[in-house]
Write a protein that binds this ligand. Sequence first.
Ligand code: ADP
Ligand code: MG
Length: 554
Amino acid sequence: PRHDLSNELTALEGTSYGRYKSLRGKWWAGPAILDISRVQSDPYAPPSRVALEFDAEAADLAPDWYATPERREALAVLLAKRLRRACPTRDLRIDGGGQEILRRASCTVGADGSVVFRLGAQFPGHGRRIAGRQAARLLCEVLPDAADEALSVSEEDVLVWTRHADDVKALREAVAAAGLVAFVADGAMLARRSGVDDRPLEKGVPFASPESMAVEFELPHAGTVRGMGVGPGVTLIVGGGFHGKSTLLRALESGVWDHMPGDGREFVVADRSAVKIRAEDGRAVTGVDVHAFVDHLPSGDDTRHFTTENASGSTSQAAAVVEALEAGAKALLIDEDTAATNLMIRDARMQELVAKDREPLTPLVDLVRSMADEHGVATILVMGGSGDYMDVADRVILMDAYRPEDVTERAKALAAKPTGRRVEAEGFRMPRARVVEPRSVSSESRGKQKIKAGGTDGLRFGESDVDVRSVEQITDPAMTTGIGLAIEAAVQHGWIDGESTVADALDRMDEALDAGGAAELLRIRDIDLAVPRRYEVAATLNRMRELRVRQSGE
Ligand code: ADP
Ligand code: MG
């Protein structure tokens, strides 16, 4: 590293803005190293990127705090949030994240106790001239002071986060070992303040498990937690409108991530492979085997390789199910609010009126049992408007004024009285595997930044714009960026190689990410990112209009 950044900056006062570029590289900054990795070309461009690197001695954290990967992840989130709070100016932009504990680029804590902060810094200018003295203050005083403040964290504060990390890890293991798909602790606050404010509702009704579904687990720090255990198979959530059904399902969707202390959903967990499924008319579908749901279309199209530029509500939802299973999902979460009715149900009267051979769709109600029994895929679905799922449900939860009740026995008694409805499918067969054509997934672009997230709604990937609004488990703008980088890495590292199936490519991605590849993925670019799950990577890939695939063995 070079010395005297402050003097260099002061010497540049009043010179042309482009000369900031001469500062690229590493500098000593007190006990840390400041790495200026990307310099903006003018004062109006997106901020420059800098990293502040502390070795273990400089960071001075207690070894106990970073003893496990889970503690390091939690600690990194805490430190990023502390740095964001400690930065007194908008000229320093640190990605502090939201309510979830995600591996993100903005702060990483190494297994050796080192700490790296990565952030955007708006290099100051007087018009197109360098404001050197101001820059020296920003980079050599304000930033190191803020980092110092972030790192001067009390043991008490850290333990809240690291103990929580230990507890959630233990809870997830216990829930899986008990054969459960999800768990919602008593006292949890599931409701959020608003659609745009993900913090817990202040005066909401805390969750309380029905007696019959209650389970207890022993956690290392929190002691005994009691709550509702959701078993495998088919779970139906019913109840009147506004009674909290969707709120419960959304908490489960989010339960694939860990949450920060104080979130209200600390001890709400769902199988890490649970995927939210919804209808999304207008999306593209490429070579998906949807024939279990859609067969003999009037157009004569082959639904074993179904491709469309403009899917309907039902075919988009069928594709979403098949794509999730292809990526390895073991639990599907579906809400009637965002589902296509004709893919969910077809009741006795409609079966009378419209003959089966005139109806291309096979409703999910006739497939979920087989998915569960023959393929080990659980379904949790919200359905307040039709009773047909009572025939196939293993358990029925009634939400009544935000309180769950177990009404399985009553529902089973009702299901015993025949409605005259006939089952319309033999069973579910896993779809044929697909192989992605690597060249169709190109991040090459002319002039523009290659990968750019539009919040959690869109991803620009090379020349293509991918609409991911309906991939609801993308919870964070930085995750959208992480997905783009993961897809790019998949092509570059040959995880997508034109031979392997989608599932194999995703396995290789996960292996690389776990084997420290995440750090590599984090470092390859000067951008705020959060590490995504394979399911959201697959969902984004599947929404690319340029995607080309063939089916395995063809
Ligand atoms: P449903 O899907 O059954 O129609 P929602 O889950 O959409 O109902 O909830 C309706 C409203 O009630 C929402 O505004 C939600 O924030 C609120 N709500 C949900 N659960 C709770 C709770 N436990 N305490 C207070 N308000 C809640
Ligand atoms: Mg609802």
